[in-house]
Design a protein around this ligand. Structure first.
Ligand code: ATP
Ligand code: MG
Length: 423
């Protein structure tokens, strides 16, 4: 099957020119280049996907170095893995040396040796991701599909390439669910059985790799579908006994996505995912997934704040009181609690902090206070704090108000701590 026409229509002109140019340079070096993986799958499905993966028969790093020298591309090479990234203004291309993989033991990273395109395709996760399209001039556009990926695409099936696939690399269990849910496909019968059989093999996978797959799931349009499915299959339980993927999670993920500025969306999903954990139970999960420091703080803060929410449910609080109660928590932890709590006083206070209070700054800065005659040091710190509090509570609003307040404070003596008694 030849897809030359389809590629020409599918790829943006600039990108097409780039890959043809790379293939031309490869030919002069006696190498062949193929489009591979997700882009081939998505070309058939008609979904845009311009994160191109290229497989090179022969040394991909040397080829990439040559391409980088003759173009505007920035090169990032990994000699050990035989891979290289070429960064252009609008695109990034991944080049990989065609390779053969062998797994010494389940879950370990495979031993890698150079191989043919076919070797490179059989090491892949699913048949729909194991197709390639030649970019060489003598058979440009020719589909290479040794594992019936196209037929599986037509039957909407996720199929592993050999029975030990999940055993070799159990991250594929998470990947299978991600594609199943994204594409609305089904597991082929034997794949479904082997997936269930090999769920315990998740224990052989490092925390970093499991976390990376969860991060990929959290980049999906509606990750709650995959999360629910992982729960149903018993995968979540295997990662951590307390993890749930129920309707509550689905509802809250959806709510998180509808926020106006969901910049920290993946972190927010992580915080919501563990919302039902106890403060003690979270430690094991953070360790299992080797969660990095900042996210780890956000997740722990989520549960710490959850335990303190009742403090926000007392008699009306001044804005400054709300501020002092919440300022110590990561904003994403506050956001998670706002999403998790039903509309109420508590919810309103959390929102008030997130949308307003955390951005409140005094108009006067240290330099200006100095000019008003307030010396740098603890005294100035105290004045700034009082100004900030007054601003939070709406007692001052303009810069002139602040000046007036600062001058009135200047008259006060802040050094009221009694001198220690002399012996
Ligand atoms: P998408 O990015 O849309 O999820 P993709 O196919 O580009 O799809 P990547 O995660 O970018 O997926 O991986 C690129 C390719 O590498 C995949 O198509 C797959 O063939 C292969 N691959 C990735 N992870 C694994 C794995 N754990 N085992 C085997 N092959 C893998
Ligand atoms: Mg990709």
């Amino acid at each position: 099957m030849n897809l030359a026409r389809q590629i020409e229509q599918y790829l943006p002109r600039q990108l097409l020119k780039l890959v043809k140019d790379i293939s031309g340079q490869a030919a002069k070096r006696g190498q062949r280049v193929y489009l591979v993986g997700g882009v081939v799958r998505d070309l058939f499905l008609g979904y845009p996907n311009f994160d191109l993966d290229l497989v090179v028969e022969g040394d991909a790093v040397k080829l990439a170095q040559q391409v980088a020298e003759t173009s505007q591309a920035k090169l990032l090479a990994h000699h050990r893995f035989g891979t290289a990234k070429l960064k252009y203004e609008n695109f990034t291309l991944d080049l990989a040396t065609a390779r053969k993989e062998t797994y010494a033991k389940p879950g370990a990273l495979p031993a890698v040796t150079p191989g043919t395109l076919k070797d490179d395709l059989i090491r892949r996760d699913f048949s729909i991701n194991a197709m390639a399209i030649s970019l060489a001039s003598n058979d440009y556009g020719e589909l290479v599909d040794p594992y019936q990926g196209k037929s599986d695409l037509e039957h909407r099936l996720i199929r592993i390439l050999h029975p030990e696939s999940f055993n070799d690399d159990a991250t594929r269990i998470l990947r299978a669910v991600r594609y199943e849910q994204r594409l609305c496909f089904e597991f082929e019968t034997q794949t479904a059985q082997l997936l269930k059989r090999d769920i315990p093999m998740l224990d052989t996978i490092s925390g970093d790799r499991i976390r990376h797959e969860l991060e990929l799931i959290f980049k999906e349009k509606q990750p709650e579908f995959a999360v629910r499915r992982l729960a149903e299959l018993g995968v979540l339980k295997r990662i951590s006994p307390t993890l749930k993927g129920d309707g509550w999670i689905a509802e809250k993920f959806d709510k998180a996505r509808r926020l106006k500025k969901p910049t920290q969306l993946p972190s927010l999903y992580f915080c919501l995912l563990i919302y039902s954990f106890s403060e003690g139970g979270i430690e094991q999960f953070l360790t299992r997934l080797n969660i990095p420091a900042k996210l780890s703080r956000a997740m722990s803060d989520t549960l710490r704040l959850k335990a303190k929410l009742s403090l926000l449910n007392t008699s009306p609080l001044k804005p400054s009181e709300v501020y002092y109660l919440l300022q110590e928590y990561e904003p994403v932890a506050i956001q998670a609690n706002a999403i998790a709590s039903e509309p109420s006083m508590v919810h309103r206070y959390l929102q008030l902090f997130l949308t307003k209070l955390r951005y409140v700054k005094t108009s006067l800065d240290g330099e200006e206070l100095k000019r008003l005659g307030i010396p740098a040091g603890p005294e100035m710190g105290k004045v700034l704090q009082i100004l900030h509090k007054a601003k939070l509570d709406g007692e001052v609003s303009t810069k002139a108000d602040e000046k007036k307040l600062a001058l009135s404070l200047k008259a006060l003596d802040f050094h009221t701590d009694p001198e220690p008694p002399r012996e």
